[in-house]
Design a protein around this ligand. Structure first.
Ligand SMILES: *Cc1c(COP(=O)(O)O)cnc(C)c1O
Ligand SMILES: [Zn+2]
Length: 419
């Protein structure tokens, strides 16, 4: 089956052994390392004209040549992908960086960029015949996993973090998934549980990186942005939880560079909440691995709150160093401000998604981003699943009026005098 796309095997990050693509394991069966899908780039080079041909399909499946093979009948799609890349009208100019763009993934079937990964990962699990599986989630992944599982009749157990908003937990229930609320003191406990589940229970998982397929779909950012701009941006700014999004986009741009579509890859900036910014701690010291740092329940950016990275964060740090990027940290106040500023651009983002814009401002202020740079902030999820944060970012109107024309005129005049 593998000859149907260019994906040919899995390789372990640690012991470098190769494995067939269709195994029901997620971590390396020999050493427990992370597995990475490998492609025949030389064969792809010969078929370049086929790779970005026009297609009426705007979803991620348009790029299926860049995925492990899935038969048509196993594909579960809700039209994920193909989201708009829109230029900033206000903030870019105000910060002297006019080429600032937003990749608006709030416009996804379940309201977050997780849909890219789950459409592919669940389709693929169906392809290789997985019958029982679970995922761990900070909220959005659970909703996405639940939606795609429900649509395809795939069994879904979602272990969702207790800090997730009630709305996120309720949405997971709405899609009908089997849900359990997950309590923990440190993310290290979760990581250990996931590792044991892979090695002892041998149960298939959908957690980023433990599942080797999900981040393959995040490469589609790179392709979509490349197709919109006809070039690679200078800088990509990602809010980072596990780092599956950032790492996938990095892999996508690496492929485009190796295939000769672009000359060089963008610099990758990771953004975390200051309260739990292990990547920034490691990056500032020039370290290749990140450890435990901070607390996850102190920040409103729940979707990117992690106090310890999976597998020591090597993949994310590698992507940052290799691309000459940076790890940044932002406060909740900066995130709330960024939510209001994004809204002024017409985008309502949840705090974790707005963190990328807060990171942009941080990067400009620190001189890491220059006025001539083309910058893409990935806006990873919409505001509505975290209503308490919307309340924090925006006060209710103080204007009250009785339904009569005199009062309406008074308020309209106020609006004119403000302009
Ligand atoms: C999951 C999530 C992130 C972080 O994505 P990773 O791939 O885990 O780094 C960022 N923003 C939102 C809205 C998310 O749901
Ligand atoms: Zn291994």
């Amino acid at each position: 089956m593998n000859e149907k796309t260019y994906a040919h095997s899995l390789i372990c990050d640690d012991c470098k052994k190769d494995f067939p693509l269709d195994g029901h394991f997620t971590l390396c069966p020999c050493c427990g390392g992370l597995l990475e899908v490998q492609y025949q780039l030389n064969a792809m080079k010969k078929d370049l004209s086929r790779l970005f041909q026009d297609s009426r399909d705007r979803s991620i499946w348009r790029y299926r040549d860049f995925f492990p093979f899935v038969e048509e009948k196993n594909i579960v799609s809700l039209g994920e992908g193909g989201t708009p890349l829109i230029q900033s009208n206000h903030i870019g100019k105000e910060f002297g960086v006019p080429e600032l763009y937003f990749k608006n993934d709030t416009m996804m079937p379940t309201g977050s960029f997780k849909d890219r990964g789950f459409s592919l990962a669940i389709s693929y699990a169906r392809q290789i015949g997985v019958k029982n599986a679970f995922t761990y989630s900070s909220g959005n992944a659970g909703a996405s996993f639940a939606a795609y599982s429900a649509r395809s009749g795939f069994p879904a157990l979602v272990c969702v973090e207790y800090i997730a908003s009630d709305t996120k937990k309720e949405m997971i229930q709405l899609y009908g998934a089997n849900t359990a609320i997950l309590y923990y003191d440190s993310f290290e406990e979760i990581a250990q549980m996931l590792k044991s589940a892979a090695q002892e229970l041998k149960i298939y998982q959908f957690v980023n990186f433990i599942n080797p397929i999900r981040h393959e779909a995040m490469k589609t950012y790179a392709y979509e942005i490349f197709e919109s701009m006809s070039k690679a941006p200078d800088i990509m700014i990602h809010p980072v939880g596990t780092g599956g999004g950032l790492y996938g986009a990095y892999k996508g741009f690496k492929e485009l560079a190796e295939l000769g579509f672009i000359d060089s890859i963008p610099r990758f900036f990771a953004v975390q909440p200051l309260d739990c910014s292990h990547y920034k701690q490691a990056f500032d010291k020039g370290e290749k691995e990140a450890g435990r740092y901070g607390e996850t329940d102190k920040t409103i950016a729940q979707s990117i709150a992690s106090d310890a990275p999976l597998h020591k964060g090597r993949r994310v740090l590698d992507a940052i160093y290799d691309s000459n990027g940076a790890a940044l940290a932002v406060t909740d106040e900066e995130i709330l401000e960024a939510m209001r500023e994004l809204a002024r651009e017409g985008i309502a983002a949840e705090p974790s998604a707005a963190a990328s814009l807060a990171g942009f401002k941080n990067g400009v202020n620190r001189g890491l981003i220059k006025s001539g740079d083309t910058v893409v902030c990935v806006i990873t999820g919409g505001a509505l699943k975290q209503p308490a944060a919307v309340k924090m970012a925006a006060k209710l109107s103080e204007h009250k009026l009785k339904a009569n024309i005199t009062e309406l005129k008074r308020i309209l005049d106020l609006q004119v005098s403000k302009q």
